[in-house]
Design a protein around this ligand. Sequence first.
Ligand SMILES: [Cu+2]
Length: 727
Amino acid sequence: MIFSIKPVALAISSILLLGSLFSVNTFANNALDTNSSANDIDDIEVITITNQRHHLGIDSNESYAQGKTTEPDLANWLLSIPGANVNTNGPVTGIAQYRGLFGDRISTTLDGQVVIGAGPNSMDTPLSYSTPLIVESMTVYRGIAPVSVGINTLGGAIDVKMRKAESNNSQKLAIDGDVQVGSRSNNNAQTLSSVINIAKGNVAGLFYGNVQEGESIESGDNTKISPTDFAKRQFGTDLRYVRDDSETGFSYHYTDTQDSGTPALPMDIEYIYSHRANLDGKFSLAGWQADWLLGYTDADHGMTNFEMRLNSNPEKYRRNNATGITTNYKFTVNKEFLFGDIELGIDGYFADHDSVITNPMNVMFEVVNFNDVEDNRFGLFAQWQDTFNATKVQLGVRLKKAESSAGEVATSMALMMPMNSGMGGMNSTMPSMADLAKDLRDNFNNSDRRITDTNIDIALSTETQISAGLSLYVGLGLKNRAPSYQERYLWTPMESTGGLADGNTYIGDINLESETAYQADIGLTYQTQKVMLAPHVFYQNIDNYIQGTPLGMGDMSAKMMAQMMAGDDNPLKFTNVDAKLYGVDVNGHYYINEQVQLSAIVSYVRGERRDINDNLYRIAPLNGQLNASYFSENWSASLAFVMAAAQNDVSLTNDEQKSAGYGIVNIDALYHFNNNLTLRAGVDNLFDKEYQNHLGGYNRVKGSAVPVMDRLPAEGTSAWAELTYSF
Ligand SMILES: [Cu+2]
C-alpha cells in the first residue's frame, strides 16, 4: 500500500544493500531479508531520509530531522545528514556537497539513473529533476560509496528513490493519493501538489503534479535578496505492471522552471524545460535477479543577465541557450552463492551538450560556448559481499571509460574590426579583441578534442559487530573521476564552471588527467535502546585534483581576453593539482523517555592543496545542529538549533572570502487531525538572525540591496505551513 503508515523522518536505516538496488521499497521493512544470510549483509553504512508523509509518534528508526515536502529544492533535505551540505546559487539550484566535495564529484542518481543537466553552470542540478513530493526516500552512502551505485562516486553517492505506482493485486479498482498545499511567509512562496495512485490487479499508475512559486527572500535585517524569486512546475507519471517475480515500468517526468533567480551566478534562469522518460524492470532468470533500466532526458535551458536583474548596458546583454540530451542505461544481475552475494553490472550514458551565447540587442553577437560536446561514460562492475563471523565484507571493482569530444567553436568577436571603440586607450602594439578571440578559437579548433580515459574504482567496506551495541566500520577506496566537459572544453574565459560561483572566469584544458582519490573511512556505531552515537573519521588524498590555477605565459590570449571582456584580473585555468580532505562527522540521538528525544549532528571537514599552501574552495565550515523533539499521540513538536563556525580556511587561489559563524533557531510542529488530514507548520530562523551561509555565494547582481561580491545573506524569519489531505 502506498499510504501505509511508516516511520518517517531521518533514520539510520539498516538497508539490505544489494536489495536496495533491485527493489523499490525494500528499505522500509527489509522485505528481502528472507534468509539469514541476507540478514547478515544489511547495515552497510547508509543514511536515509524518508518522505515525511505520515508521522505517528516515536519509532525504533527514529528521527532527528525531517524533509519538508513543500521544499522547492530537494537538495535542502541534505542539511540533516552528517557530512552533507548544499552549495546554494539560488532557491532552486542547490548543489549537493558531501565532505567538502560537490558537483560532478558526487554521484547523484534518481532511481539509480544518472541525470545530466543542460546548464553549464548546473542551474538544473540532478536533484532539481525530482521534487520532495514524489520522493520515497533519499539515501546518502556514508563511508566509501559502493562502486555499484554510480559511475562516478569519488565524492560520495546520493540516490533518490522516487515514489512508484503500486499495484494492489486485487480485482477491485483502488484509487488513493494526497493533495498538499504549502506556504512560506518570508518570500510568500506557495506550493500546490497532488499525487494519485490508481491500481487494479497487476497494473498501476501514479500521476503527480506540483506547482511552486515564490518571491525574493529577505534576510534577518530585511535586506531583499534579489532576484531569488522562482517558479517551477512538475508533472509526471509512473505506469507499472507487476507480477510475482517480475516488474516492468514506464515513467515520464516533465520539469518546467520559469524565471528563477540565481544571484550568485552571472545570469538568472529564464526557463528550463525538460522531459525525462524511463523504462525499467526486473525479472529472475536461472536463479539470478536481474534489474534493468533505460532512460532518456532532453533539457532545454535559457538564462539571461538582463531579465531578472538590472543591466543598464544593452551592449552587455547576454542570453545563453543550453541544451542537454542524455541516454542512459543500467543492467545488473545478482545472485547468492555459498561464497557470498555477487552482483554484476553494466551502466553508462551518452550525453550531448550545446551552449550558445547571444545578445538580443545586437543580432551580430554570438559566442559558441560549447558545440556538440559529447560526454559518454561506460562502466562494468562486479561486487561481492559476504559475512565472516561478526564481520560483513563488501568488495567492488568497477572498470570505466570516459569518451569525450567537442565540435568546432565560433565567435562573432573574431570578426570585430581591430581598434574598435572597445579598445579605447589601448596601445596599438597590443592585440585587439578580435585577434585574441581568433587566437583562442583557432587554437581550440585546431587541437585534437577527442579523448578517452579508462579508470578503475575499487571500494572495500567492512563492518564488524564488536559487541551487542557496538559496531566498527572500516572502508578503503580507490576512486577516479574523468574531467567534466566544462573542465576540458571551456575555450574562452567564462564562468561556465558547473556552478562554482567564485566570480572568476575559467578556461579548460582538453588534456586534463583524471582525478585519483585514495580514501579511508573509520566509523563506530554505538546503539542501545536509548542512545545512538555514530562518529566517522575520514581521510583522502586526491592526485590530479582539478582546480582552477592562475594562467601562465602560454595562456596570454585568454588572460587578456578575461581582462578585456569580463574585467577579471584573476582568470583561472582548470589544472591538475594535488589535494587532501579529512575530517569527522557524528550523528546521534538520545531518547529521554517515550515522548522526548534529543538528537545532534556535527560535521567537520578540511580541504587542502598538497602541492602549495592553500585551502580548497567552498568547503563547509564546522557545522551542526541540535534537536529536541516531543512526540504525543497525534502531534509532535521540535526545536532545532542550527549552527556554523566561521570559515577562515579559504582558498587564496579562488580569491575566496572568509565568513563568520552563526546560530539560528527553528521550530516546527505536526498535528494529525485524523487519518486523512495533517498539518505541519513551523518558523525558521525564529530570532530573525542576519547571517551569511559560507556556501551561499557572493552577490553578482548590480543595483541590488547587497553590494556586488559581498556574501549573500541567508533568509530571515519565515513561518511556514503544509496541509496534507490523504485519501
Ligand atoms: Cu543556466
